[in-house]
Design a protein around this ligand. Structure first.
Ligand SMILES: [Cu+2]
Length: 164
């Protein structure tokens, strides 16, 4: 009798822990959003996307396109991504804040670049590093710098720095 009751207690404690883990896991996913970037003609729509840490981005409309992150215009040490040509629904998870530029390899000459901002809080020194790298770009440089100007206008602390 005693051992049966004890087993029941252990069972309920175990069940509660399990439910707790499930709720915690679901809560994590409930706050993460999936965004879409679509290849339209030789442009990415939206060209600049602002998301939060933990969100993901899915690339669609990929027939005749690919997507690759730009190492020199991503956070330092970021491993990067590269889809296959025409890979529909290629998805990237963003776990670190920062600015991530991406390109479509067949259309770099047409200026098919985009930027994903994971949070608008980009430290000034990181902004300066990216700015210097954008100026050093060869092919696609002018197109990237045009997008970089728009990125600058979206960053919180950059605007604050200008006001001061
Ligand atoms: Cu393309």
């Amino acid at each position: 009798m005693f051992s049966l009751k004890s087993n029941k207690t252990a069972y309920f404690v175990g069940l509660n822990v399990l439910i707790g883990v499930i709720l915690f896991t679901n809560t994590h996913y409930a706050f993460s959003k999936e965004y879409v970037v679509k290849a339209v003609g030789m442009k990415w729509k939206p060209e600049i996307l602002v998301i939060n840490k933990g969100d993901s981005v899915k690339f669609i409309g990929m027939m005749g396109h690919d997507t690759q992150s730009m190492v020199e215009l991503s956070p330092q040490g970021y491993a990067g991504w590269k889809s296959n040509m025409g890979e529909e629904g290629f998805t990237v998870n963003f776990d670190e804040k920062g600015v991530y530029f991406h390109k479509c390899n067949p259309h770099v000459n047409a200026g098919m670049f985009g930027a994903i901002l994971v949070s608008k809080d980009i430290p000034q020194d990181e902004f300066d590093r990216l700015s210097a790298n954008s100026k050093a770009l060869g092919i696609g440089g002018p197109a990237v710098r045009k997008i970089f100007k728009k990125v600058e206008s979206k960053i919180n602390n950059r605007i604050a720095a200008k006001v001061n």
